[in-house]
Design a protein around this ligand. Structure first.
Ligand code: NGO
Length: 548
């Protein structure tokens, strides 16, 4: 195994403090205010006028027709009625009530309804517009009732997200607010453009506890994202308990970038995350990156190393220096155990095996490794997902390659697509939420360039990579790598507002793509983020409320 430490990306990691001070000099703000500017600035509390809310939804619905004469009022006596005999509808009803109770202070009892919808909020699994499909919904708001109809639980969850955005912004508050809880009248029919709308969180470079992951899941759900890819293992940390190889987590997860205390999820905690996500129509894709990005595993077990010597734990941010030992039989026993345990924790279709930046693995070894590992994933009932480099090993047609390059041409991706494979698009210069917004951004990296909100939004996934047409795209995913990110506040600062931009590319019809309209709708989300305490970057490209 080669052990050259190589920097593959231009990693600029200016100390955050210095960057903050420099930015402070430019903006005139105190340094501490910079990264979390939104928290310190005056809050524009005025909700958007009711008549606007119907056209302010993110992602933009397929069709929304306001009825200016109708208004529904959520009151102390409102009930949530769910389709009788449908536990899925009852679950979504409970989820909705849980979302609305803190800010309204109302009881909002959830009860089954037989037959026709009655007054109040109705969640029904019958009678939806035929076009809504597996994840879409129909929403009708009259003076008397809100009726959400869908074919599936997923559709009802998505309808609930739209309803939340039709209520005044203060609905996101954690404490009771004195607000006239109106919902503008009208009719919405809506369904997604792509099957997968995803986000990724790197919990390996810095560890984020269960509560943070759940909070991020809630933020994803609001924008109808249905996939959360968790990057669970990398050079700096192993974050998931593997009972047959306990030192992976207990030792390999003990630290993180910068040398601070790391952490890991027990299998019980991980199951809890998976269930929490499932209730919000989000499927978790676990990633165990291999054969590179494996220093934490190699450090935990000497027997995994070609020379039998475990390297030290690693707390830097270089990439491409580690590799599992390809000729060693023990390597495949290890992979079999890990994949078996992770697959057993995964109700979703995919298990991600990484495969990126294997700069310390010879190309022939890489292919040999993948030829052994891909069948293991299949053996345990999962479909392999990987970074697009894994196409070199010709994975099965149904596998899920994830393109993370910065070019618009990729020969291997085009060839895979020609064989019938569908691709997930995560071009690093568009979707990487860890890239800086501009040269003043105190957090993040810049190897793929700066990504302002408009850069994240202004591209077409259905016509982006040569040879990859709309129907070849499984979806889009916005990865958030955590080399420079240590807190939830920092995660939010990088994700908002670019995450909703990627969510809109994944959900909304290509025909509705329009930067000016998107920027206006994004601006209308700000009071919602403030009510929910979500930190965000005040991009100068967005006409935020209260800024003229
Ligand atoms: C690359 C690299 C990761 C880094 C990330 C930082 C992929 C797929 N591999 O993306 O290890 O964390 O860039 O932006």
């Amino acid at each position: 195994m080669a052990s050259t430490r190589r920097m593959t990306h231009q990693r600029s990691r200016p100390t955050r403090v210095l960057a903050a001070v420099l930015l402070a000099a430019v903006t005139g703000l105190a340094p501490g205010v910079v990264a979390t500017a939104s928290a310190a600035e005056p809050t524009p509390t005025t909700a958007a006028p009711q008549e606007n809310r119907m056209r302010d939804v993110v992602p933009a619905p397929v069709a929304a027709t306001p009825d200016p004469k109708a208004t529904f009022r959520l009151t102390r006596s409102t009930r949530i009625h769910t389709q009788a005999g449908a536990p899925a509808a009852a679950e979504v009803g409970a989820y909705l009530a849980g979302l609305l109770r803190p800010a309204t202070g109302f009881d909002l009892p959830v009860t089954p309804v037989h037959g026709r919808p009655t007054g109040g909020i109705n969640l029904l699994l019958t009678g939806a517009d035929a076009r809504v499909g597996q994840e879409g919904y129909q929403l009708d708001v009259t003076d008397r009732a809100v009726v959400i109809r869908a074919n599936t639980r997923a559709g009802l969850v998505n309808g609930v997200q739209t309803l939340r955005q039709l209520l005044p912004a203060q609905v996101g508050s954690a404490t009771p607010q004195r607000v006239d809880w109106t919902v503008p009248g009208g009719h919405v029919v809506d369904w997604p453009r792509f099957a997968e709308r995803g986000a990724m969180l790197d919990v390996a470079r810095h560890f984020f506890p269960v509560a943070d992951v759940k909070r991020y899941i809630d933020e994803l759900a609001l924008y109808k994202i249905n996939t959360l890819h968790l990057h669970l293992a990398d050079d700096q940390g192993w974050r998931i308990e593997i009972t047959s190889w306990p030192r992976l987590a207990s030792y390999g997860g003990s630290t993180q970038v910068g040398g601070g205390t790391g952490g890991y999820y027990t299998q019980e905690q991980y199951r809890d995350i998976v269930a929490y996500a499932q209730a919000r129509n989000i499927t978790i894709i676990p990633e165990i990156d291999m054969p590179g990005h494996t220093n934490a595993a190699l450090a935990s077990y000497p027997e995994l190393n070609c020379d039998g010597v475990a390297p030290p734990l690693y707390t830097g941010t270089e990439v491409g220096f580690s590799s599992l030992c390809v000729p060693l039989e023990r390597t495949y026993e290890f992979v079999d155990d890990v994949v078996r345990e992770v697959a057993a924790l995964t109700p979703g279709r995919y298990l991600h095996i990484g495969g990126d930046e294997a700069h310390s693995t010879e190309e022939a070894d890489y292919r040999a490794f993948m030829a052994r590992v891909l069948p293991i994933v299949t053996k345990y009932g999962k479909v392999p997902a990987g970074w697009h480099e894994f196409l070199k090993a010709t994975p099965p047609t149904e596998s899920r390659p994830q393109y993370w390059g910065t070019a618009t041409v990729d020969q291997e991706v085009a060839e895979a697509v020609a064989r019938g494979t569908k691709v997930v698009l995560s071009p690093a210069n568009k979707t990487y939420l860890d890239m800086k917004y501009d040269e003043n951004t105190p957090l993040g990296l810049k190897w793929a360039g700066y990504i302002e909100v408009r850069d994240a939004y202004d591209w077409n996934p259905g016509d982006y990579l040569d040879g990859v047409a709309e129907e070849d795209v499984l979806g889009v995913e916005a990865p958030l790598w955590s080399e420079t990110l240590t807190t939830m506040d920092e995660i939010e600062f990088m994700a908002f507002p670019r995450l909703p931009a990627i969510a809109e590319l994944g959900w909304s019809a290509a025909a509705s793509h329009d930067w000016t309209d998107f920027a206006r709708r994004l601006a209308a989300q700000a009071p919602r983020w403030q009510a929910m305490g979500i930190n965000y970057y005040r991009s100068p490209q967005v006409p935020w409320p209260g800024q003229g």
